[in-house]
Design a binder for this molecule. Structure first.
Ligand code: NDP
Ligand code: 8X3
Length: 254
C-alpha cells in the first residue's frame, strides 16, 4: 500500500481511526474526513510522527453534498482519484421502536449513512474509473442482515448501504474498480455513546461480559480486501466477536 492514496470518512474515532492507523502502517497517503477537525488533526499529527506518512485532514459533514463536492475539489488532483475510498462515516440514534420513533433521528441516520455515502462515492468514483483501478469499502453492519428491536431505521440504512455495494458491483463491472462491503457485529467504539446521546453507562453496558471487536479488527478486513491481487474481489465480509452468533444472540458472562 506504500504511497497509495486512501480516503477515509469518519476518521475521527472508532473504525475510521483504526483504518487510518492500519493503512498508515503500510505507508499509504491518507485523506481523513470528519466533522471534528481537532480530533482529525490530533490523529494526523500522531500518524505523521509515527509512520512518516502524508496526511490531509478535511473537516466535512458528509450530509452536505455541496461541502463534499468542495472538499474533493480542494484536494490536489492526484488525491481526487484515490486508490481506496473507505465509506465509514455513520451513526445510530436511539433504540426506539418505530411507533415511538423520532423523525429527527431518522433523518440524521438516513442523511448520514445513506445520502452521505452516496454523495462521497459519487464525488470520487469518476476519477477512480478514469484511472481504471481502486477499491471502495462500504462499512455496513450485521444490522443490515438481521432486524432487532429498536434497530428499525438504523438497520434500514445499513441494508441500503449493502444494496448500494451490490449495485456498485454491477455498475463498476469492467471498470477495474473493486467494491468490498463489510458487515461488522459489535465493535467497541464511540458508536453506542452516540446512539445513547452521551449516556456512557448505558453505552459501556453494550460491551460488557464478552470481548467485543476492536476498530482494528474491522480495519484489517479492509486492508485484506485492499491487498488482494488485481484479479481477486472480496465482495462481502461479515465479522463478529466470537461471542456473537447473530445480531441479538451474544454469549455474555454477566
Ligand atoms: P464512532 O462513533 O466511533 O465513529 C463514527 C465516525 O463517523 C466518527 O469519526 C464521526 O466523526 C463520523 N461521522 C458521523 N457523522 C458524520 C457526518 N455527518 N459527517 C462526517 N463524519 C461523520 O463509531 P464506529 O467507528 O463504530 O462507526 C463507524 C461505522 O461503522 C458507522 O458507519 C457504523 O454504523 C458502523 N458500524 C459500527 C458498529 C459498531 O458496533 N460500532 C458495527 C457495525 C457497523 P465526527 O463526529 O467527528 O463527524
Ligand atoms: C452496529 C452494531 O448491533 O448495534 O451496526 O447494530 S448493532
Amino acid at each position: 500500500m506504500n504511497q497509495s492514496i486512501v480516503v477515509i470518512t469518519g476518521a475521527s474515532s472508532g473504525i475510521g481511526h483504526s483504518c487510518a492507523e492500519v493503512f498508515a502502517e503500510t505507508g499509504a497517503q491518507l485523506v481523513l474526513w470528519a466533522r471534528r477537525g481537532d480530533k482529525l488533526q490530533h490523529i494526523a499529527t500522531q500518524l505523521q510522527e509515527q509512520y512518516a506518512v502524508a496526511v490531509l485532514c478535511q473537516t466535512v459533514d458528509v450530509r452536505d453534498s455541496a461541502a463534499v463536492r468542495q472538499a474533493v475539489a480542494d484536494l490536489p488532483e492526484s488525491h481526487r482519484s484515490p486508490d481506496i475510498l473507505i465509506n465509514n462515516a455513520g451513526l445510530s440514534r436511539g433504540l426506539n421502536t418505530l411507533q415511538d420513533g423520532v423523525e429527527q433521528d431518522w433523518e440524521e441516520m438516513i442523511d448520514t449513512n445513506v445520502k452521505g455515502l452516496l454523495y462521497v462515492t459519487r464525488s470520487f468514483l469518476p476519477g477512480m474509473i478514469q484511472k481504471g483501478s481502486g477499491l471502495v469499502v462500504n462499512i455496513s453492519s450485521i444490522a443490515a442482515r438481521q432486524a432487532y428491536r429498536g434497530g428499525n431505521v438504523y438497520s434500514a440504512t445499513k441494508a441500503a448501504t449493502k444494496m448500494i455495494s451490490d449495485s456498485l458491483q454491477i455498475d463498476l463491472n469492467g471498470t477495474g474498480v473493486r467494491v468490498c462491503n463489510i458487515d461488522p457485529g459489535l465493535v467497541e467504539t464511540e458508536f453506542s455513546e452516540v446512539r445513547f446521546r452521551g449516556d456512557a453507562v448505558r453505552a459501556a453496558n453494550v460491551y460488557k461480559g464478552y470481548q467485543p471487536l476492536t476498530g482494528r479488527d474491522v480495519a484489517e478486513c479492509a486492508l485484506f480486501a485492499a491487498t488482494r491481487p488485481p484479479h481477486v474481489s472480496i465482495q462481502d465480509i461479515l465479522i463478529t466477536p466470537m461471542a456473537q452468533a447473530t445480531a441479538t444472540i451474544v454469549q455474555k458472562d454477566v
